[in-house]
Design a protein around this ligand. Structure first.
Ligand code: FE
Ligand code: FE
Ligand code: ZN
Ligand code: FE
Length: 229
């Protein structure tokens, strides 16, 4: 399994220009007025120094962050249970269709598992909109709209679904770690089971792409070229 290496770049922080108060006191009244106007137009949730301001409902401990993240993925899985059959309907390759249908069934179990996790930790199962999944699914829709049904659309569906699976893998990996840290071993076990399913779904999609779909899609390119000649 590949480990993530932090690049030298990621540790490099951009130097921020230091604002000296001494400089401020020497500025003319007109210039000072200008700065004041600028800072008032800054985004509400972000301070002038880039620090995001927390909402009143912000999580105070890891438990709360864990619960918030569970609500987020609970929404995401519920959105997927509707989106996956739609993708399967648009796919032509039978391996891909079978893979998507199989993962729809798994997603149903994953939702049930999340409900068990909520129960274990004594919280109500509530879904909170996951902006990331919403965006990924919109992108999937866009990919389908921009491709003709057949191998090219199939390749696009694989690309979109793999982005979804990778988001889920990252999420369940984190949730699993949070559960372990908080001492919810049974919850961690359930989340781990789902994590493994998401990894397998990703592998299945890769195999479907490499076995035939990408080659068929590339052939469609050649056909286009031949027709043009
Ligand atoms: Fe899932
Ligand atoms: Fe999310
Ligand atoms: Zn795990
Ligand atoms: Fe999944």
């Amino acid at each position: 399994m590949a480990t993530t290496k932090t690049t030298a770049n990621s540790t490099k922080s951009t130097p921020v220009a230091k604002k000296t108060t001494a400089a401020k006191s020497t500025t003319k009244p007109a210039a000072a007025k200008n700065t004041a106007a600028k800072s008032s137009t800054a985004t509400k949730s972000t301070s002038s120094r880039g620090i995001v301001k927390a909402k009143a409902s912000a999580a105070e401990g890891l438990k709360e962050l864990f619960v918030d993240s569970l609500k987020d993925i609970y929404w995401a899985e519920k959105a997927l249970i509707k989106a996956l059959p739609k993708m399967a309907k648009n796919a032509e390759n039978e391996n891909l269709v079978a893979g998507l249908n199989n993962h729809t069934a798994e997603t149903e179990e994953q939702i049930a598992r999340l409900e068990q996790v909520f129960q274990i930790i004594g919280e109500k199962a509530v879904a909170k909109k996951c902006e990331a999944m919403d965006g990924l699914l919109k992108e999937g829709q866009e990919i389908m709209e921009s491709t003709e049904p057949g191998p090219v659309r199939d390749a696009g569906i694989i690309a979109a679904s793999q982005k979804v699976e990778h988001y889920e893998i990252a999420t369940y990996g984190t949730l699993c770690a949070f559960a372990k840290t908080l001492g919810y071993d049974d919850a961690a076990e359930l989340l781990h089971t789902t994590l493994e399913e998401e990894k397998q779904a990703d592998i299945t999609l890769t195999e479907a792409a490499y076995n035939t779909i990408n080659f068929d899609a590339a052939e469609a390119d050649e056909d286009d070229e031949n027709e043009a000649e």
